[in-house]
Ligand binder design. Structure first.
Ligand code: VGL
Ligand code: ZN
Length: 213
């Protein structure tokens, strides 16, 4: 894991969706979501390359329960591209809820990649929208810059972090999720499922506290 740090110029830290709406008090609060900020900041300090993702939905997004008559948050519906969980309205473009947590040391980030900006399709992964086919452009960016080793942290472990890690591994990146710098939504066993899927896909599960100790 030491190879992930600063001394490795081909390593990148990807911080997933560390935004107000995923922190306590936010519209889709993840328990303890704000607790990871100090550890993520230490990681940001110890990596040469940092990329942030920002969940970034237009009002009336198709992943919002409020967009679907008679549907409540956390229900699953069928979309053209497959099953989609419905969420409370969150991370609406330009709103305070979509901003990064105020204590996140975001200024060092070389790229902020926004996702979920198309009304008709959600995007959990930083690499592909939820049809698993439409690229965000992140893989091309990382490859062109020679970043082959990725450490992922942020919110939520079992949705945007896991989907991003599974895609990263599938795309051939050497991928580690630092679980102590993530927090989960854990809907119907989704955390256990995500951990199992990541292990099967060859994603390393590590600890940020050891990396920055
Ligand atoms: C996320 C649900 C909806 C996440 C984003 O960041 O994990 N989860 N939008
Ligand atoms: Zn979202």
């Amino acid at each position: 894991m030491a190879a992930l740090r600063k001394e490795s110029p081909n390593a990148g830290l990807i911080v997933i969706d560390l935004q107000n709406d995923f922190c306590p008090g936010g519209a889709l609060a993840v328990a303890g979501g704000d607790e990871i900020v100090p550890l993520v900041n230490r990681l940001i300090g110890s990596f040469e390359h940092v990329v942030l993702t920002q969940d970034w939905h237009p009002a009336g997004h198709s992943s919002f329960a409020s967009t679907h008559a008679g549907q409540a948050p956390f229900a699953a519906v069928q979309m053209a591209y497959g099953s989609q969980t419905l969420w409370p309205d969150h991370c609406v473009q330009g709103t305070p809820g979509a901003e990064f947590h105020r204590d996140l040391a975001w200024t060092k980030a070389e790229l902020v990649i926004r996702k979920g900006f198309r009304k008709a399709i959600d995007s959990y992964s930083a690499f592909y929208e939820n049809d698993r086919k439409t690229p965000t452009g992140l893989a091309g960016y990382l490859r062109e810059r020679g970043l082959t080793k990725l450490a992922l942290v942020g919110l939520a472990t079992d949705f945007c972090v896991a989907y991003s890690a599974l895609d990263a591994a599938r795309l051939g990146f050497d991928t580690t999720v630092l679980l102590d710098a993530c927090r989960a939504i854990d809907l119907n066993g989704s955390l256990a499922t995500a951990r199992r899927q990541m292990q099967l896909a060859g994603v390393s599960l590590g600890e940020a506290a050891r990396l920055v100790a």
